[in-house]
Design a protein around this ligand. Structure first.
Ligand code: ADP
Ligand code: MG
Length: 256
């Protein structure tokens, strides 16, 4: 049975997609069958895994609205043991369409159910909002991973995110837990960074990964080549960090 992990933070630009793509690839290289479900209309996880968004025929939109099954939608990437359930701009309207649908919060969970046996891990790359699409991710997940950018406003919005998680736990998914909190774009030379790290650790006791992701220009270049960092520049600091994260993740991931 796959363990399902949502990568969530309603703030944009904190490293959700970078983490989704590179952690999936790092786990694939560790021999783990990994599916990345892209539910951001921007489709950056899709293109980051080398899939042309415009060529995608069925996407997470079709899965959410029930017009295609997971099996019809999932694509094999060219990277070891990594599959993607792609997204594109077509998903942008789903937020509104879902409002009037039955079981609007559990459609992703239902859609993914038939393929759970086929993967070790399923990651869901969420959009930068706490709307119905993200709600679907949280309802479908065993846990959530929260990337936090080491910057001045790092903690902003996290109380709201945690309130949403508590509500999901109470109403729909009593088993959801925090998988881990990941510090991204870390620059140890800045005093501010240390301050942020301390604050985040206070906010999430015992949940912060000891692996931190450094600011690394190669990580920001890899997506335009449609490659995870392990394939784009294996020797880079970014590749090392995500390989370490994969190891730490597997050490702590409680298997169902
Ligand atoms: P999100 O999915 O949360 O919006 P992204 O993963 O797309 O965030 O990251 C936002 C931007 O920052 C992207 O341009 C990405 O390439 C860049 N980026 C992410 N992580 C790093 C990092 N560790 N070092 C340098 N650039 C990064
Ligand atoms: Mg993103």
């Amino acid at each position: 049975m796959a363990r399902i992990i949502s990568i969530v933070n309603q703030k944009g630009g904190v490293g959700k997609t970078t983490t989704a793509v590179n952690l999936a690839a790092a786990l694939g290289l560790r021999g783990k069958k990994t599916l990345l479900v892209d539910i951001d209309p921007q489709g950056n996880s899709t293109s980051g895994l080398g899939i042309n968004k415009r060529g995608v025929k069925t996407s997470s939109y079709d899965l959410l609205t029930g017009s295609a099954t997971a099996r019809e939608t999932i694509l094999k990437t060219e990277f070891d043991q990594v599959w993607v359930l792609p997204s594109n701009i077509g998903l942008a309207g789903a937020e509104i369409e879902l409002v009037d649908m039955e079981h609007r919060e559990s459609r992703l969970k239902t859609g993914l159910a038939p393929v759970l046996e086929e993967y070790d891990y399923i990651f869901i790359d969420c959009p930068p909002s706490l709307g119905i699409i993200t709600l679907n991710a949280l309802c479908a997940s065993d846990s959530l991973m929260v990337p936090i950018q080491c910057e001045f406003y790092a903690l902003e919005g996290l109380s709201q995110l945690m309130a949403t998680v508590r509500q999901v736990k109470r109403l729909y998914n009593p088993h959801i837990e925090i998988e881990g909190v990941l510090l991204t774009m870390y620059d140890g030379r800045l005093n501010l960074t240390q301050q942020v790290v301390e604050e985040v650790k206070r906010f999430f006791p015992r949940k912060v990964y000891s692996t931190v992701i450094p600011r690394n220009v190669r990580l920001s270049e890899a997506p335009s080549f449609g490659q995870p960092i392990q394939y784009f520049d294996k020797g880079s600091k970014g590749a090392t960090a995500y390989a370490e994260l994969a190891q730490e993740f597997e050490m702590f991931a409680k298997r169902g």
